[in-house]
Design a protein. Sequence first.
Length: 357
Amino acid sequence: MVSENKSDKSFEAGQDIKSLTLDELKAGLTERGEKPFRAVQIYEWMHKKCARDFDGMTNLSKELRAKLKESYIYTSLEAVKVQESAIDGTKKFLFGLADGNTVESVWMKYRHGNSVCISSQVGCRMGCRFCASTLDGLQRSLMPSEMLDQIYSITLLTGERVSNVVVMGTGEPLDNYDNLIKFIRMLTDGNGLNISQRNVTVSTCGIAPMMRRLADEHLQITLALSLHAATDAKRRRLMPIADRYSIAELMDACDYYFEATGRRITFEYSLVGGVNDTEEDAAELVRLAKPRCCHINLIPVNPIKERDYVQSDAARIHAFKDRLEKNRVNVTVRRELGRDIDGACGQLRMRYRESTV
Ligand code: SAH
């Protein structure tokens, strides 16, 4: 599947300065008659100190700043809405993009550090039936700068360092492949925030050939597969992508990823009441998980009002987890952070749009 990036026109090649790698920036500045060390300074202002604009780069001359403004677009997201959970301190940010679109990101505090969940696209074209992000389809993919700046803006707004990044917000990251890879390389670069690749997770609905391509990048990131059902028939009821790639193909792609990177795979499984939460479903899941080095993340489905899916009751969730554990499958039930602030994928953006139209 080739990603169509409708944003490319507004960011003409090389103009979006925050999307340039250090080498690309060096080349661009040298062409403009500047010394390469300037590129290092500017890169650090953008990616280490999270400067909001060229004027914030105080050790550059006025002339150079003016020159930069002429040559480049500087991406900084504006927080148009911030919600804080009264239950657990989770914060949800709605950011405005330069073209008037909005994306959402979530900031979560864990014992091991702060985690940010970012969006990779405006909307989504994957059509998963329980997900709010996909209700209006895909508007466009995000540039590396727009993915990075969700983290930079949150770092500034919270005043705290981000240690973990999960690409689990709106959008299908592997449907925006090139920008995603550039984003990960810049995020984990020593000249930028220098976040460990091991602390980055990319979640996919399961585009098998792109999972293999990701494996070939040999990054040390975690790959999470949104499985949600352990048989093709059931998965097709929940996710249109299941018509394209079978579970067998996905398991082969996961095995390939593990062989190439040595990284344990995460399977996400949203428990939907009466759909995929029986003991039989759990047994099918054991069949897939047992032979693999994997971890299962059970997520009680977050009901969205546009669909009539309901959460499994507590006893069902418990029995499901129990069945996996008895078979020595690694499993956790995801804590529901931010439930009171439209925490599930795409919910805040939809609510905001409903309230402003
Ligand atoms: N497109 C990627 C990443 C975004 S969704 C993917 O499909 O993995 C992140 C995770 O949240 C996915 O596992 C997705 O299936 C799940 N999700 C989306 N809406 C949900 C909801 N209403 N309740 C529970 N999980 C949901």
